[in-house]
Design a protein around this ligand. Structure first.
Ligand SMILES: Nc1nc2c(ncn2[C@@H]2O[C@H](COP(=O)(O)OP(=O)(O)OP(=O)(O)O)[C@@H](O)[C@H]2O)c(=O)[nH]1
Ligand SMILES: [Mg+2]
Length: 261
């Protein structure tokens, strides 16, 4: 079975967990390649997972489940990506899920040994949603290399929860679970710092976002799609064009069927 935004998204959890519908949340694990996403995924989900091929792409995604306190969570392990301005098929799958899959929380797994490079993706994700948790992984490697990361300051600067983990050893994972829970349930409402664009660009984003906003389903950030279009992101344009007819009715609608092709 292929994994789609529908099968991986909130609806999937509702279907698979039946009566627990109102307690389910979908969490996406995003991050640069090799930051430990799958290690976090395996530690949190254990064997309760399955993989599927993203429709139309030879990209495998893993989807698994875990319970924390009174809530059931569906976790999706995304391919590594440096940027949401996607180039490879892997990156497009990650981009599509982050932008259009409407996860309740996005955990960006970063590498503490080269945090600066990883923050590019973090800032891009913060453009899309406020519901972000930053996981500063490989903190043990950083310590070994004499790199100190001031994680509380990072959280303060970004405006979202951030915590240190050494996922291979399970360190910091209880705190990560608490942060995911807090953001998913709304106990914590992050207030991320956003990029300030020059007035001309900000005005263009507003204009495009106002035009495309009505075509997008709830929870899809029109501002981000506008940014992608203004960047000339061919894959976003192609997605929009390929579905131009349905777009008038329900493309990028609740079913997000555009990705099942
Ligand atoms: N020292 C240390 N190694 C880790 C940690 N987390 C993961 N690793 C190791 O880092 C390597 C990459 O981990 P993965 O979980 O495969 O990384 P990934 O982000 O899923 O990689 P891609 O899916 O290829 O993007 C593996 O060898 C892990 O064992 C950690 O906290 N500390
Ligand atoms: Mg992986």
């Amino acid at each position: 079975m292929g994994l789609t935004c529908q099968s991986c998204g909130r609806n999937a959890c509702r279907t698979q967990w039946g009566g627990r519908a109102e307690h389910d949340y979908t969490i996406a694990l995003a991050g640069n390649p090799n930051t430990g996403k799958s290690t976090v995924f395996n530690a949190l989900t254990g064997l309760k997972q399955h993989t599927g091929n993203w429709p139309g792409k030879t990209v495998w995604l893993a989807q698994g489940y875990f319970q924390h306190r009174d809530k059931m969570f569906c976790l999706v392990d995304l391919p590594g990506t440096y940027s949401l301005f996607a180039t490879s098929a892997d990156e497009q799958v990650a981009r599509d899920f982050i932008c259009f899959g409407r996860p309740d929380v996005i955990v960006v797994v970063t590498d503490a040994t080269c945090l600066e490079r990883n923050l590019n993706l973090v800032l891009q994700v913060l453009e899309i949603t406020t519901r972000v948790v930053v996981c500063v992984n490989l903190i043990d490697e950083a310590q070994r290399k004499g790199i100190h990361v001031d994680v509380p300051l990072l959280a303060q600067e970004l405006g979202v929860p951030a915590l240190a983990t050494a996922a291979r050893d399970g360190e910091g994972l209880p705190e990560l679970l608490d942060a995911i829970y807090a953001v998913a349930t709304g106990e914590v409402n992050p207030n991320p710092r956003l990029v300030n664009y020059p007035d001309e660009i900000a005005a263009a984003i507003d204009r495009v976002a106002a035009r495309i906003g009505p075509m997008l389903p709830d929870g899809v950030n029109a501002r981000w799609v506008a940014l992608g279009l203004l960047e000339g992101d061919e894959s976003i344009l192609a997605t929009a064009r390929a579905n131009a007819k349905e777009t008038q009715l329900s493309v990028w609608g609740k079913e997000v069927s555009v990705f099942a092709r």
